[in-house]
Design a protein around this ligand. Sequence first.
Ligand code: ATP
Length: 569
Amino acid sequence: MIKELLGYLRPHRLVLFVGALLGLIGSAAGLAMPLLAKYVVDAFGQDRSMAGPLIGLSAAVVIGAVVSAGGSYLMERTGEGVVLGARRKLVDQMLRLKVADVDRLKPGDLLSRVTGDTTLLRSVLTNGVVNSVSSAFMLVGAIVMMAVMDGVLLLITLLVIVVIGGLTGMVMPKIQRAQKHAQEAVGEMGAVLDRALQSYRTVKASGAEEREIGSVADAAERARDRGLQVAGWTSLAGVATWMAVQVAFLCVLAVGGSRVAAGTLEVSALIAFLLYLFYLVAPIGQIVEGAVQLQQGLAAMRRIKEIEELPGEPVAKLLPPEDPTPLGVTFEDVVFRYGEDRPLVHDGVTFEVPPGGLTALVGPSGAGKSTIFALLERFYEHQSGTITLGGTRIEDWPLAELRAALGYVEQDAPVLAGTLRENLLFAAQEATEEEVLRAVARTRLDDLVARLPEGLETPVGHRGVLLSGGERQRVAIARALLRRPRLLLLDEATSQLDAVNELRLREVIAEVAKETTVLVIAHRLSTVTNADRIVVMEAGGVRAIGTHAELVGGDELYRELAATQFLVR
Ligand SMILES: Nc1ncnc2c1ncn2[C@@H]1O[C@H](COP(=O)(O)OP(=O)(O)OP(=O)(O)O)[C@@H](O)[C@H]1O
């Protein structure tokens, strides 16, 4: 784990080395000070000129300050570089994850891993590692100096420090565990907050503000409690360090004092020794702090690795298919469930859609219609049975080619921030102006474009809030059409359109269906009465297939569905 953690530093090793070197020089200047102070004291006692030692002392102060400042800037720089590198890598992986994994993970928690956990890496890798190295140097230097001063006093000091240091080491795993819980609690809070913000209108309309505030506050409190646990263990480690030095100080004072009284030790040597002893406080403190940060960094890295270790999908730019011929689809005895412990969604689904034409999927809610699309896009893998697209099993299609061949309009057709044009070109960057205008006209978006102040260049707001629900759907359809799909999947695409637009869109779909295969999931049968075939699904299976006229005559469920929508009398 520590090796992996250090891996983040590899690209920055040169800057880090220079920074560490400056830190060491700063420490060396610091180390020289007690010795110079001893000369000042000696010069004072022996009536010698103090100019030399004083100049040396001043130079050590100035050099120490300048060099340390430069070193710490370089460290911060490295820290920012480490965070950037970790974020890039994590985001890169996040967008390669499988839909199935992202559905399972909470977006708010994922967000906190990118923003929060990566930040934690910074302190451990820069301050933590570097301060520990320079502190270790300080520590060894001070100990050497102390050995030169007096071996016995050093022995007493080390004994005390080793005993208390050993006890401190025992709390480190506890800090790591508490820190992991603390980060999880922060992630959890992000998830709760994300839920509230995603359903903001529903929260307002339900008067659920206080309840949601309470949920977020609860999560924040849990994060605080976990944070307090970390703080508790950390303070314990800090107190132990402080105690170690104080106890050592008292012991040295007692033993050293008596030896000064007996005349076996000079006062100046005892003063310098005690100064060195207090010099130990900072490096020991920093080493302990470094160890604490290491625990925090390891906890954060574990959360980052959890995502990085999930299997990703190969990603590739989807180019419009070279061969635009429509594709047929077959489902043969397909069995699928969303998870081992979940009920079957498809229990032997069998149907066939020949290339071209309009096929509608209808059936009660929860029958598994949207799941058909999820399997075709290979967001999920079916457990058994065969799905073919254009005569080839879908698992034999290269993923990018498969997705490039499909146009997909999901139920809540998302519109992204940016301009209308950017939204249209999202799936087909290379489309020409003529193609864009044609898609706009086909989806009857030309009225909208004419109305917008800047036409296609008008920003549509975060999640397309500046557009109506119907407009958002038509934008999504235009986006899918621009890729010239060989199979167009429309999920409830017409449910939010007004009567006039719905009629127009029905014409558009009929027109598109002449060029390519169109598979529509529809609740409103009025949009599919002219379909070439209708697949009626019920409880994970296909119940009947036929045209509207055939099904009204031959299928009870379909007749019922049609009757409730006044399609038959
Ligand atoms: N991502 C998912 N994870 C787990 N279960 C899911 C997921 N998506 C759908 N399901 C479940 O699978 C079943 C079928 O869902 P599906 O969305 O395919 O139905 P549908 O026929 O399209 O319904 P509707 O017409 O209401 O959209 C439902 O019981 C649903 O709870």
